[in-house]
Design a protein around this ligand. Structure first.
Ligand code: ZN
Ligand code: ZN
Length: 278
């Protein structure tokens, strides 16, 4: 919906979608996404340290000009974005009211860093989010190592995407990858070979011997990335195309969301208890 590298007038974004006009983290109430704005001059003004790291994650400072940063408002929204079914859209300040779209991100966790000066020069602790470009999580085929590490960590640990752990920036990418794969694994296990949209059996058996189904986010605009299985549904290719391309796709997605709410609460427990027993 936004084009990477393109300039947008920030004022117009808010007129169209809502959200706070001044803050770095802007949360339009009725949209399935959150705007993140970063700018170089905040570095001096509020001692924020935003930017790309050498391993391709974006370090993004939380909200709050004075005192310790805490997980309320925008900071909680970023931490819980997957659990709440919200996409993260990152823009950088380009001056004169313009912002440049850097792309869709997923939060891979955060670090709380102490003894950083606030805008009054007082020391406080800050929240630094590790954002990974969603494109880096797309179309991943699990490697042997992924499967091994997935087996080492109980799936339940991945199920609650609100438990975004405190993690170093180095671990962030691997963590996103693991959680992306885990989300998929959990959703497919829940579907048990049947499309959760139309109820039909998967149309064919895939090369790896499993029933072929695709995973679709009913609340976010984009598939892929780590997510809360409560918002991800397993669909046959037909239902999946319908959810994206049908003229009545909004109504169909609403229908899928309702179905997920009942299915996820009952069958998810089954999935977890089955996995625990194994
Ligand atoms: Zn279907
Ligand atoms: Zn989809």
């Amino acid at each position: 919906m936004f084009i990477t590298g393109q300039l947008y007038r920030r004022q117009e974004l808010h007129e169209k979608f809502g959200g706070q006009h001044q803050t770095g983290i802007s949360t339009p109430a009725k949209q399935p996404f959150i705007f993140l704005f970063t700018s170089e001059d905040t570095f001096d003004k509020h001692k924020y340290e935003d930017g790309w790291t050498s391993d391709g994650t974006f370090s993004y400072s939380g909200q709050g000009r004075t005192g310790d940063m805490v997980f309320v408002a925008g900071n909680a929204a970023v931490r819980d974005h997957a659990a709440n079914g919200k996409d993260l859209h990152l823009f950088e300040n380009a001056g004169r009211g313009m912002v440049r779209y850097l792309g869709q991100m997923v939060s891979a966790g955060y670090q709380v860093i102490s003894n950083r000066p606030d805008s009054h020069g007082n020391l406080r602790s800050v929240i630094q989010f590790h954002l990974v470009p969603l494109s880096a999580t797309a179309d991943q085929t699990p490697t042997e190592q992924d499967l091994r590490s997935l087996n080492e960590v109980p799936h339940d640990d991945f199920l609650d995407s609100r438990q975004d752990p405190e993690t170093s920036c180095r671990e962030a990418k691997a963590l996103v990858r693991q959680r992306t794969l885990a989300t998929k694994a959990v959703v497919l296990a829940r579907a048990n070979g049947n499309c959760e949209g139309c109820g039909n059996a998967a149309p064919f058996v895939a090369l790896d011997g499993t029933p072929y189904l695709e995973t679709h986010h009913v609340r976010r605009l984009t598939d892929g990335g780590p997510d809360d299985p409560r918002w991800v549904i397993a669909l046959c290719p037909n239902c999946h195309q319908k959810a994206h391309k049908a003229i009545a796709r909004d109504a169909f997605n609403d229908e899928l969301m309702l179905r997920l709410m009942t299915v996820a609460s009952t069958r998810m427990d089954l999935t977890i208890s089955t996995r625990k027993r194994n």
